[in-house]
Design a protein around this ligand. Sequence first.
Ligand SMILES: C[S@@+](CC[C@H](N)C(=O)[O-])C[C@H]1O[C@@H](n2cnc3c(N)ncnc32)[C@H](O)[C@@H]1O
Length: 336
Amino acid sequence: MARAVADDPVVLAFVADHVAPGARRGRNPVLFLAATHDAVLARPDSALAAIYRGESDADPWPAFRALVDEAADEIAAHLATGAVQTNEVGRSAALVPALAAAADGDDRPVALVEIGPSGGLNLLLDRYRVEYLRDGEVVAAVGPTDSPVRLRSVLEGPDSPPFPVVVPPIASRTGIDPAPIDVTDPLRARWLRACLWPGVPDRPEALAAALGVAAVDPPALVRGDAVTDLAPLVAGLPADVLPVVVATWALAYVPADGRAAIAAALDGIGAARDLALVTYEDPRMTPWVPPVAPDVLAAADATPTVLGLRRWRSGAVTDRAMALGHPHARWLRWLG
Ligand SMILES: C[S@@+](CC[C@H](N)C(=O)[O-])C[C@H]1O[C@@H](n2cnc3c(N)ncnc32)[C@H](O)[C@@H]1O
């Protein structure tokens, strides 16, 4: 469909006419596909919805083309003011062992603070059941056995996280996002579904289950910019908690000078109190994380994503590259 859109001057003109002025060009194709997906989800009885759900092999293009006309106002509204804010709950599989390492040797409960949480679903990582597989077998599992959220991550390479992974108690969960998503609002929850690519197995199910968990006790999401608002929030946390700042596929959306300002602000706080920063990001966004060997990076079958941990303890800083992984943590290659 992306190819068909590229060959249709009317659809291309529609997108160009409605995108926000000055928006990054790279934002628009994915935003358009998410906006049309949202219109499909709003019409679950349509022929196109059946194709998106994999229930029909019909050519999607005629129905897609008709939808762009029928839902023009809805799609245009997303193009003008929306943003792709995929909340990928699978990333919790990477965060769980990193959170355990962040709190290792510290008895205090953790205060989780997430940069760019979208709907905040990964702030609830300890409420999910995560299974780690090797050669098709589950070799370790973490989290409540009765959780409706079941995540699976395949371990690649010779090393594994240090099982059993002990997730520390979490005293508070806060996210800072310029456009936090209220997962209890059905239209916003639908937008999170729309941001998933149709046809990828397990993702919609995991998202739906996590939305159900979040609806019972949603995390606190603050509207703000991490560049200016993260440091005061972290510095203001009580002394009897260990702040752990988390960023997963969020720093790419922050300009380079903003990323540097966030790192510098955390360094300032870490000089005065114990602190940790867990990142699961394109490694170009986290220059403080030790580099992964080029041959290991080159073996990744998707945009390489590196799990980094920076810890400040009694003013001393240590950095680790813990794992290389799939952007959605479908696989993890533990780094020794
Ligand atoms: C691709 S989503 C990733 C969401 C979530 N971290 C995950 O992994 O599922 C990127 C998020 O970063 C947020 N974001 C963009 N700029 C930001 C900033 N300056 N401060 C905080 N969050 C920001 C966006 O609003 C969006 O919700």
